[in-house]
Design a binder for this molecule. Structure first.
Ligand SMILES: CC(C)(COP(=O)(O)OP(=O)(O)OC[C@H]1O[C@@H](n2cnc3c(N)ncnc32)[C@H](O)[C@@H]1OP(=O)(O)O)[C@@H](O)C(=O)NCCC(=O)NCCS
Length: 93
C-alpha cells in the first residue's frame, strides 16, 4: 500500500507505505515510492514528507536512497521526519 494525502497548503503531501511481510525485500517498497513521487510531481506538488520511527532503519535507508533528507524537527526523538523536494528546478532543502 502506498498513498499520499495532500496537506492544506496545497503544495506538500504526506506519504504512507506498507509492503506485506511475504513481499518485502524484493524492491516493491522502492518502486511504490518512486511511483508515488512521480504522481505527486505530475500533479504539481512541491514537497513530499513522512514520519518514520527512528528505529525503522530499513525505511530510513529506502527514503535516503530515493533522495529524502532526514530532519529532527519534532520534539519526539523516536520519530524522524523525512522530506523530499519533488520538482527538478527546486533548490534543495
Ligand atoms: C519499509 C518497507 C516499506 C520496505 O519495503 P520493501 O518492499 O521491503 O522495500 P525494498 O524491497 O525496496 O527494499 C528493502 C531492502 O530489500 C533490498 N532488496 C530489494 N530488492 C531485493 C532483491 N531482489 N533481493 C534482495 N534484496 C532486495 C533492498 O536493497 C533493501 O535492503 P536494505 O534494507 O538492506 O537497504 C517494509 O519493510 C514495510 O512495509 N515495513 C513495515 C511498515 C513500515 O515500516 N512502513 C513505513 C512507515 S513510515
Amino acid at each position: 500500500m502506498a498513498r499520499y494525502i495532500g496537506n492544506p497548503d496545497e503544495q506538500s503531501c504526506e506519504f504512507a507505505l506498507t509492503v506485506a511481510d511475504d513481499w518485502q525485500k524484493k524492491g516493491l517498497g522502492s518502486q511504490l515510492m518512486l511511483r508515488l513521487i512521480s504522481i505527486a510531481r505530475d500533479r504539481g506538488l512541491l514537497v513530499m514528507e513522512g514520519d518514520v520511527l527512528a528505529q525503522n532503519t530499513r525505511m530510513l535507508r529506502l527514503c535516503t536512497a530515493l533522495g529524502f533528507h532526514t530532519l529532527h524537527e519534532n520534539e519526539d526523538r523516536e520519530v524522524v521526519i523525512v522530506r523530499r523536494q519533488l520538482q527538478p528546478d527546486q533548490c534543495s532543502g
